[in-house]
Design a protein around this ligand. Sequence first.
Ligand code: DOR
Ligand code: ZN
Length: 346
Amino acid sequence: MTQITLRRPDDWHLHLRDGAMLRAVAPETARDFGRAIIMPNLVPPVVTGAQAAAYRDRILAALPEGSGFTPLMTLYLTEDTDADDLAAAHASGLITAVKLYPAGATTNSASGVTNFDKVRPVLERMAEIGCPLCVHGEVVDSDIDIFDREAVFIDRVLDPIRQATPGLRVVMEHITTQQGADYARSGGADLGATITTHHLVINRNHILVGGIKPHYYCLPVAKREDHRQALVAAATGGEACFFLGTDSAPHPDHLKEHACGCAGCFTATNTMSILAEVFERAGALDRLERFASLNGPAFYRLPVNPDTITLAKGAPVTYPDKIEVEGSSPVTVFQPGFDLHWRIVR
Ligand code: DOR
Ligand code: ZN
């Protein structure tokens, strides 16, 4: 197969940031994707409907002229979230979902949740109104090994929340483990899971062997190779619960290549080329559309994008190594470590 046409894909987990960074990275996603779920972990975070509306306007202003890209906004769940404000923002179509960060789990998560009992009334309201909860699924307890944080979160936090809140629709964001994939499969129509581009490509050796590679450091951190293989099986298997959420998370180089480097891989620019390569190697190119374009809208109860993209296979395609950011160091584009042969026909 040298050419494949699929419905225009969406990105169900994306960081666009704000200001100069937003202006630098928004076109990278808008080029290929129809919609994206926009993460609210700005500083300060997007916690109210009014803040989400203002942020959406800034994103729309950063898009290239004539772009058809639609940002799907989220609110950042805190222990003080106002359930009425959330419900109004959801009813008006302003927000598509709400994001749960355990406090301290990742970048700009300090305002997240420490005591999950405190958000129970908001979660019950979300179940009533059908507003999905996007979950960063890692415990933060210092006695839990960082490679075990996802699996422990499922047992100690996620499963109890789901048992206590029937009808709550949950997306397990950026799963990185066999346990995450197995739990997602077990949850029925109200449970989905996003998988990133980079977690389909790297395992923990890529970060640590032969010198530390800060541009491969993200959270949840990449796990052992058998977990990566479990993620590839999940993404390429066609099951409805798995869909693309790149977690493309730009940080300027000077903060990645740092004594205390930020977590995040920037994959917006070359994701579709990388995914085509991964799916082809798995013998599943015909299932790329389900993962990138069909399963996500089905979970979120949104229509599939009306238009298509075409990927063509040929000589290795190159992408910029870096995206320039006004007034800052650039953002390094994720390097998969293998040649990319599939390009989007424009
Ligand atoms: O690697 C990550 N980067 N993981 C996250 O959960 C947050 C993200 C960011 O905002 O930089
Ligand atoms: Zn993220």
